[in-house]
Design a protein around this ligand. Sequence first.
Ligand SMILES: CSC[C@H]1O[C@H](OP(=O)(O)O)[C@H](O)[C@@H]1O
Length: 366
Amino acid sequence: MSQLEAIVWKDGQLKILDQLLLPTKSVHLRIETVQQGWQAIQKMQVRGAPAIAIVGCLSIAAELQATLGDESPGAQHPDCESLHNYVSFSLAHLVTARPTAVNMRTEADALTKYSSSVRNTCTVAEMKVKLIEWCKNLLAEDVATNKRLGDHGMQSILDDAQKESREKVTLVTICNTGSLATAGYGTALGVVRSLHAKEKLGGLFMLETRPYMQGARLTAFEAVVENWPNSTLVCDGAVGALLNTHKVDAAVVGADRVAANGDTANKIGTYQLAVLCAAHKVPFYVCTTATSIDMTLESGAAIPIEHRPQEEMTRVAGHRVAAPGIKCWNPAFDVTPARLITGGIVTEFGVFRPDQLKEAMASHNK
Ligand SMILES: CSC[C@H]1O[C@H](OP(=O)(O)O)[C@H](O)[C@@H]1O
């Protein structure tokens, strides 16, 4: 088991890396039920839009795996119709764990549609196996789409750098969008992995990303484990000074939900990074698979923004740092308007300007 393997499905068992304990402790938790999956997502023991959806679906697979072989009339799922209804109900519950990332809803809709399509074609046991296989396939599919996305983003950034005769590129990123947010390759950090594999990564500045510290605790962990060159941790408040004093070729960030016009909800702090990139003429890329793109929303105004408990701000590693009694405002995400996404939206299908997104997704039936 790799240090960076956030999600493990082995021998019919689901385990997740408890990301609240990283980087000092690597502890894998077994998830046996949908409710345990819901709680792990809500507590952010697993986080990252794609990882949330994969763990949510696999928590259903874990339950079905445990009941395989018990298809008696008195069993929990006596027939395919009741099994389909249970899967649909469980998915609707999992979607409520965290409201901003759309991936859980995307996969919930897809799995509900698949379950409906097989329920009248096989036995209950056969249906359980089909559903488990569907969920397991999410892992390999995610890695494959991330690698295509990473290569598209890499090429776009290198094409820009070549115009300045730059062999290697230095990037800035926020939050964590790598192996610990996905099935193993990453979205924005997938672009980093693709550049590193081609020995074109000159450096990576990562924002600590308060209050959960995805950058300091998770991205820095991935960078150290994979030995990415010149990986440098930056306080959130220092990014303006960084762009004002260093050559940064591009910003690459992930996405939790992209609206049809390209407006993007991502970790809190992404919007101000985009504003600073515009001020310093640093191309700003949103890196996302189609599963995070929500064509039902015309703009980012309609994206629900999750607010997290104030204790996640007032305490660091459980130690109080803010004055008791102070009022807090703790949105977990913000929305970057499409006009600030100057590099483009990097997907598994290619890199698009925000105003090309609708047509691009339609051409891939998304
Ligand atoms: C692969 S995109 C992951 C995306 O999710 C993160 O949010 P959280 O850590 O709260 O789940 C962040 O917005 C990343 O860009």
